[in-house]
Design a protein around this ligand. Structure first.
Ligand code: CO
Length: 457
């Protein structure tokens, strides 16, 4: 069986290494060769690309997607989003989630990977239904982490439920790069024995062990792998496409001639970002420590900057020891956005205030009230009570309580939102989308008057 490759350089690759700064223009220069190389799919959208386009590049993320689609003739396009959180950090109402799916597929996406930070599948119900309804390929990703509750049986059970929700494929999403090679082998084997849909493997090269993990996952029968073309691979990104393709040359249907061309183009672009300081070469150095601390790289840098702000860098080691304790108290959530930031902040507060849970951020209170979903493990009722008192704990799906919003936002911004896509940009990132759309309209008017001048000549 041929191994299918998903190229991640144009999403996870630049997101992991260079703060998601590739521009649409740069992406388009490398796209024709990637399109011809024989990939199963190109991951090009979702994650942080949407936010970064608006916030830093003054680009319309929807326009980027349409241009990518227009320049990709044969390869499927893939995106990633966080279920009910879509691309933001809170739960959105169902009507926004459904419209976002509809428009993502309409503008060119073929495969949508969804995941939930807590692996609470109720947070994926609405997006899963919408993806099926609008004809997309539904891939449900399981957020991988380690804890006493995250056993292989736990993942097998989740995978069966995902298959029953109508998933067309499953993804093992090891966002921190902590999945060990032998565990990957056993996990893939167990999943293969229990589900029929194809399995996609996603890890990060962070610890230095990832190439071995890929080898083991493929040996165990994984169907699809996520890799990044060499210039944007390694370190906190994925493993190099060309390396894994060579290791499995007989079963990888990739054309090295096109990989080589794409690599040359991407190398020049990468060099520019090293020179201007956006790509820090430190991100390319392996960090094996993560295998012991289990704390993802992004979270470490976040902790360090928060401690620095408080002039408390000397407390770094204590905070690092506090993180797993907070995580245990919260029922072992995977350390993925937005939970990782919440756990980090609580750990810092516990250490700096010299009394555990003397200070508790609102987000942690909301978490303990069930507003993010159900924790993977048990939470001690006494502990919960000590933080939220007798406040009601939500047992239902968190988004059940959210009222529809799309029409309201559309009405509120009728002056600047010309399309449903604009309304969605505003729903997700209101202040920056508003700024972008106001300026964009000015540009359009200037362009229009230039054309008129031309016509008059
Ligand atoms: Co990733």
């Amino acid at each position: 069986m041929a191994i299918k490759f998903v190229e991640t350089a144009l999403r996870d690759g630049h997101q992991s290494l260079m703060a998601t700064r590739l521009t649409t223009k740069e992406i388009l220069t490398v796209l024709p060769d990637l399109d011809k190389a024989g990939y199963y799919a190109l991951e090009v959208w979702g994650g942080a690309t949407f936010d970064a386009s608006l916030r830093y590049l003054n680009e319309d993320p929807w326009e980027r997607l349409r241009k990518i689609k227009a320049n990709t003739k044969k390869t499927k396009l893939q995106m990633l989003f966080r279920g009910q959180n879509i691309l933001g950090y809170k739960h959105y109402p169902d009507d926004i989630v459904e419209k976002f799916v509809e428009k993502s597929l309409e503008n060119g996406i073929d495969i949508i990977r969804i995941f939930d930070a807590l692996n609470d599948l109720r947070n994926l119900e609405t997006s899963a239904k919408a993806i099926k309804k609008y004809g997309g390929h539904l891939q449900i990703a399981l957020s991988y982490t380690t804890s006493p509750v995250h056993s292989i049986d736990y993942y097998v059970d989740l995978a069966k439920k995902a298959e029953n929700m109508g998933a067309d494929s499953l993804c093992i999403k090891d966002m921190s790069g902590i999945l060990l090679p032998d565990v990957a082998y056993n996990l893939v084997k167990a999943l293969k024995e229990n589900i029929k849909i194809p399995i996609n493997f996603h890890t990060h090269a962070t610890s230095g062990l990832a190439p071995i993990t890929y080898k083991k996952a493929i040996d165990a029968g994984v169907d699809i792998v996520d890799t990044a073309l060499s210039p944007l691979s390694g370190g906190t990104s994925q493993v190099a496409t060309e390396a894994i393709a060579t290791l499995f040359e007989n079963s990888a249907n990739l054309d090295f001639k096109y990989l080589e061309k794409a690599k040359e183009i991407l190398t020049k672009i990468k060099d520019k970002y090293i020179d201007n300081g956006i790509l820090n070469p430190k991100a390319l150095t392996p960090n094996p420590r993560i295998l012991h601390s289990q704390i993802p790289g992004g979270m470490i840098s976040n902790l360090l900057s928060q401690l620095k702000e408080q002039n408390s860098l000397d407390k770094y080691d204590e905070v690092l020891e506090e993180v797993p304790k907070v995580r245990k108290d919260l029922g072992y959530p995977p350390l993925v956005t937005p939970i990782s930031q919440m756990v980090g902040t609580q750990a810092i507060m516990n250490i700096l205030s010299k009394e555990r849970y003397k200070l508790v951020p609102d987000e942690i209170k909301a978490y303990l009230k069930g507003h993010y979903g159900k924790a993977p493990g048990e939470i001690d009722p006494e502990f919960r009570k000590s933080i939220i008192g007798d406040a009601k704990v939500l047992e239902s799906r968190p988004a059940d309580n959210l009222k529809p919003q799309f029409e309201n936002i559309k009405k509120r911004f009728s002056d600047i939102a010309k399309t449903d896509e604009d309304v969605l940009s505003l729903a997700l990132f209101e202040p920056i989308a508003k700024k972008f759309l106001e300026n964009r309209n000015d540009d359009e008017i200037i362009e229009f008057s230039l054309h008129t001048e031309g016509d008059n000549k």
